[in-house]
Design a protein around this ligand. Structure first.
Ligand SMILES: NC(=O)c1ccc[n+]([C@@H]2O[C@H](COP(=O)([O-])OP(=O)(O)OC[C@H]3O[C@@H](n4cnc5c(N)ncnc54)[C@H](OP(=O)(O)O)[C@@H]3O)[C@@H](O)[C@H]2O)c1
Length: 329
């Protein structure tokens, strides 16, 4: 493998564009190939992002021996079959969040990557921001004492209910939880290092049957709780808070953080991380590139056993709401 990691994109929708912009700030990683179901779209995207190869089918990209790692940016329900196809073709994989639709699918993907000894990761890019690295250090140093309460919200208001869109269509695994609530669940998982023993949750299932709004309380032990708020029909503040016995930490814009507010003994201190290149996808790109160069099959920051555990928590929340997708029957 060359020093530069050669990426291949499967699916050229909105996240592929945003993720692609991160390569300008990720040395030793290049967008080598792009694939769309449409050759014209692949050609246009490839010209704009400087790709060497532009394919009109996903299979053609997977047959290109020069591709080191495949980035999957398609709707959630395609993550399982496309990850398996990429692994079968001998490619490392970075798969967009949510990693899969449910834990059963996630387990299949993880098992196959392990059998093939290939790198696989759930694309929670949030974890790679410098502010998140610092947050993990602060928590390890117990600067706010014992953590007792975590809260995170991630909600946005889509323009209208478009039943065929990936946000609202049950056949595309729509709903707020898998789309953005999954960020909050992985955040609580990162802070506590475990999954809740009890979950109390309420959701509003809208006209298409998917969750449009929900609020949940997680209990990890008597003195370890979390709240998770998520929506696709409501803008929320996008704030996270971690409250401990000796103070608290607040993260505005927490899923792409550039600031940590630390409050201890009545004093407030703000740590700023303002020099974020572009949107900040470069941190995740570089981390994946480094893992692949080092021969790692998973990331220590976003490990596969945690991905599976998070998927199980998401399953429990959907089960409590009675939300099953048509293809899960
Ligand atoms: N990390 C993040 O911050 C972030 C942000 C947004 C979304 N995401 C995740 O990325 C994934 C894609 O989201 P997106 O917003 O980019 O969606 P999108 O704009 O709808 O793009 C998805 C792409 O998937 C491909 N695709 C293949 N089969 C499809 C089908 N039957 N229906 C629709 N699209 C199909 C299409 O690419 P071609 O036409 O080129 O084949 C399409 O452009 C989701 O899993 C989402 O959760 C992550």
């Amino acid at each position: 493998m060359s020093e530069t990691i050669r990426w291949g994109f499967l699916g050229l929708g909105s996240i592929a564009r945003r993720f692609g912009n991160g390569f300008a700030f990720a040395p030793d990683n290049e967008i080598y190939a792009v694939a769309s179901r449409s050759q014209a779209k692949a050609d246009a995207f490839g010209a704009e992002y400087g790709a060497t190869q532009c394919y009109g089918s996903y299979e053609a990209l997977l047959n290109d021996a020069e591709v080191d790692v495949v980035y999957i940016g398609t709707p959630h329900n395609f993550h399982l079959p496309q990850t398996l196809m990429a692994l079968e073709a001998g490619k490392h994989v970075l798969c967009e969040k949510p990693f899969a639709v449910n834990a059963r699918e996630a387990a299949l993907m993880i098992r196959r990557a392990q059998e093939k000894r290939l790198f696989l990761m759930d694309a929670f890019w949030t974890r790679f921001f410098p502010a998140m690295v610092k947050l993990r250090e602060l928590l390890a140093q117990k600067v706010i004492g014992d953590v007792m309460l975590v809260s995170a919200d991630f909600g946005y208001r889509t323009g209208s209910v478009t039943p065929e869109s990936r946000h609202y269509s049950p056949s595309l695994a729509g709903g707020a939880l898998l789309d953005v609530g999954s960020y909050c669940v992985q955040f609580a998982s990162m802070v506590y290092g475990k999954q809740p023993i009890e979950i109390a949750t309420q959701a509003t299932l809208g006209s298409t049957g998917v969750d449009e709004l929900s609020v949940s309380v997680f209990k990890y032990s008597d003195y370890e709780l979390a709240t998770v708020t998520t929506a696709i029909r409501l803008n929320t503040p996008h704030e996270a808070r971690i409250l401990g016995s000796e103070g608290y930490i607040a993260l505005p814009r927490w899923w792409h953080p550039d600031e940590i507010q630390l409050v201890r003994r009545g004093k407030s201190e703000t740590l700023r991380f303002e020099e974020i290149p572009g949107e900040g996808f470069c941190y995740e790109i570089m981390a994946v590139g480094d893992c692949i160069r080092a021969g790692a099959t998973e990331s220590a920051i976003m490990p596969l056993d945690e991905t599976l555990a998070i998927m199980k928590t998401l399953d429990r929340m959907r089960a409590a709401w009675g939300l099953r997708y048509p293809f899960e029957a």
